[in-house]
Design a protein around this ligand. Structure first.
Ligand SMILES: O=C([O-])C(=O)C[C@H](O)[C@@H](O)C(=O)[O-]
Ligand SMILES: [Mg+2]
Length: 422
């Protein structure tokens, strides 16, 4: 099954003003959509990051794909490596850890690997899960991803685009947002994105969530906003309340110090973000739960392989998420379904978006889980009108990278990221 043409469409979709350690989400989140047009009318879909630097690397690969067999993934890897030739992509936010040649290659390869697997599935008439060795589960559980947020966006001093969530700052507002999400999606576990307010406030917020949802597992992710001493203090305070504590402090060494004293496991999508980090992080016992993400781990097969690695070392495994659309959710669901050692409900930003590029109906949440599509490939199709609208958003919004910190300065002049602030 040969690729005839690879088409890249940069897209943007409305994103609420969600707060994190780096600042606040801008009015649009950027993504890339790739369509591999293949023989026999087959199209393979992939989705990933949409900032200009990433798109620039993806564009180097596009012209090399015509004639490539979608079943030759090692050959695809060599082609991508050749096209990128030593580039290291960085980002402004560092929310998914450090940068490296390998991570850059893994990120760009992933976009095309997913699209090839989708095309393979269409060619064979089998879902992607089957191509990954079969389903370990028929549905994939997700947690409610809670954020503090502003009530509306700010466009050069003007307040615009209020959303139905309203402001989320107080414990009451946070619990109400969790209730809303749990009612609408049926989520059984909760994750709070922290690193926004002082640790005492976020610790009390977690307690308020635990009180409001008795028995529901709760996680807190301050994205390395704390020193290791503070992290140990908060971890002890939340003994018996938190299912796991995610990236409380920067670096493998700091995480190891906290892990040694914390009563609950530490999870990460920041200090262990590629194969080169596995040995040092596991040796230091810095991590109890690895949050994989096929977008930067090198595709669905590389993410799936972490199942064996983590199980061998007694480390739990779950999944990280950035703002994403339906092609990515489908990919996340298929790889999670085909990952035997998946030990916690996965993350998704899904509830925060209001539009998509895929035709509705393929992916639905029931009781906090998405049923694994049984149709060929990823099981999702592009809605051409929706894709055109999302591309128009991209052109009109004028954003070329994610920069939560600069945008935050419209709300808080002089704001600096909260990394290791407390
Ligand atoms: O678990 C995480 O660290 C993330 O999901 C990082 C994200 O970028 C999140 O903080 C966000 O979207 O603000
Ligand atoms: Mg995280």
């Amino acid at each position: 099954m040969k690729i005839l043409e690879a088409v890249l469409t940069p897209v943007a979709f409305a994103d609420p003003p969600l707060l994190n350690v780096m600042g606040v989400h801008e009015p649009f989140a950027l993504r890339s959509v790739v369509q591999l047009r293949c023989e026999d009318g087959v199209t393979g879909l992939g989705e990933s990051y949409g900032d200009a630097a990433f798109l620039g690397e993806v564009r180097k690969v596009l012209p090399l794909l015509a004639g490539h067999d979608v079943f030759d993934l090692p050959g695809l890897h060599r082609t991508v490596a050749r096209a990128l030739a030593g580039t290291v992509l960085t980002d402004e936010h560092g929310l998914i850890g450090g940068f490296s040649l390998r991570k850059t290659l893994s990120s760009v390869f992933s976009l095309f690997e997913v699209a090839c697997l989708d095309a393979q599935g269409h060619c064979l008439g089998r879902p992607v899960t089957d191509l990954l060795g079969g389903a370990a589960r028929t549905s994939v559980e997700f947690s409610a991803y809670l954020f503090y947020k502003y009530g509306a966006h700010r466009d050069a001093g003007r307040t615009t685009g209020a959303d139905h969530w309203g402001e989320i700052r107080t414990h009451e507002q946070l619990v109400a947002s969790a209730r809303h999400m749990a009612d609408e999606y049926g989520f059984g576990s909760l994750k709070l994105k922290g690193g926004v307010f002082p640790p005492e406030q976020e610790s009390e917020a977690v307690q308020a969530l635990a009180d409001a949802f008795p028995g529901a597992p709760v996680r807190l992710d301050p994205n390395a906003a704390w020193t290791s001493a503070t992290a140990i203090e908060v971890a002890r305070e939340l003994d018996g309340v938190l299912e796991y504590l995610e990236d409380p402090t920067p670096g493998i060494e700091g995480m190891a110090r906290v892990a040694d004293a914390a009563p609950m496991p530490l999870a990460t999508n920041m200090c262990l973000v590629g194969v080169d980090d596995i040995e040092p992080a596991f040796r230091a016992r810095a991590v109890g739960v690895l949050l994989t993400d096929h977008h930067f781990w090198g595709g669905l097969r590389a993410a799936q392989a972490l199942s064996t690695t983590c199980e061998s070392f007694g480390v739990g495994l779950s999944m990280h998420s950035n703002s994403h659309l339906g092609i990515s959710l489908a990919a996340m669901v298929h790889v999670a379904a085909a990952t035997p050692h998946l030990t916690y409900a996965c993350d998704t930003h899904w509830p925060w978006k209001t539009a998509d590029v895929i035709a509705p109906g393929a992916l639905e949440f029931r009781d906090g889980a998405v049923r694994v599509p049984q149709t060929p490939g990823l099981g999702v199709r592009i809605d051409p009108d929706a894709l055109a609208r999302a591309h128009e958003n991209y052109v009109r919004c004028g954003l070329t990278k994610r920069d939560d910190t600069t945008y935050m300065r419209r709300y808080v002049p002089g704001f600096e990221p909260n990394i290791a602030r407390w």
